[in-house]
Ligand binder design. Sequence first.
Ligand SMILES: [Zn+2]
Length: 423
Amino acid sequence: MPTSCPSCKSVRLYRHGMRDQHYVDAPHYGEPAVLLVHRRRWRCQDCSTLFPDPLPAIDEKRRATQRLVRYVRTRSLKYTFAEIGREVGLSDRSIRHIFDDLVRDLDTQFEFVTPRYLGIDEVKLIGKYRCILTNVEANTVYDMLATREMAGLRDYFRTFRNPKAVEVVTADLWNNYAVIAREFFPKALFVADRFHVQRMATNAVEAARKAVRRTLTQKRRIQLKDDRFVLLRHGHSLSPEQMTKLKSWGDQFPLLGAAWEAKERFFACWNTKSRAVAARELDAWAGSVTSDVRPYFAELLTAWSRRRDDILNYFDCPVTNAYTESINRLAKSINRMGRGYTLEVVRAKMLYDTNALEKGTMTRRVAVPVPDDDLGGLGMGKMGYARPERPTARQRLRYQTEFVYLGAHIPTLCDKLESGAFE
Ligand SMILES: [Zn+2]
């Protein structure tokens, strides 16, 4: 029974009949369940507000029991909204709302630390390119965005926490990322991802191969397709037999030989730790690309002339191979998660996977001064008193453990993805 009016706090209440209300409950014995509740209603004498008896354990907003909401939350990362909806007797939309609240709670509970080295990568998932933001140093996923288009990126980065903590942004040469870095991280160093730059050289050889293939008979085409990897591989990793194959293609089609050599010379420019040496060698390389293969290297040559500094910044701040490898692995395996889920679900499954999250969590001990008036004993309600003041000589320190969330550890995620844990 209510003791006062919810809107004016008056205690002059009158009974105002009964009403039957339905509340969806968690399934009983595998069947959707609905509770029928006879609820008394009250009218306030002073402001005439009409209201029902208070009901504990009910989520009024949803006309459901709190037990049902908990049930849906635990299942919403494992099953599709339609499946859960059928199971409990609610619409997909209602399930989605409960899921959205869950994600909001998770986002608050595990606030990831802003990366010092922010990686921007993309993966194709559920039919579109999605942005994956990573903490390069920790090898974790920081967040996942629905789009890599400008408007969506700007919306997201406008509310990015603590952007000044980002010292380096590393991304491929997609222009939007350079614009974002300039607008939102003006003081950060932009490093063009080496892997993407080098892939342009490999793509150039592939384009030359396709041009040659068009001139061949069916049988020879198949042969060239089979030998494709010989052309794309690094020269130093080829066996003598593969080298012979390569030489034979080069003799028959000088274009192929020239493209392969240009690619190899490009890769060789990266074998230095010095920015100045790399700049000199890459300039020499760009000048040496002969006119027959130039069209195939056009993308790379343009990138070198337009994004020279971004490319050279790699030599001041090399991103590790371990990171590059794990992000490539993630791009390959993440598609196993796509089936039947919305992007929001994929994001939450990935970011808040227990194992990946745990691997991406550090603990640290922080010293907190014990407030002067607290020295006599622990007063109730002062337990978590953690005002970060500079300790004075007189003050004692108390240590407490803090969790620092760095994101979802990428290799752990990949292991789970590849073992089918998310399917
Ligand atoms: Zn009232």
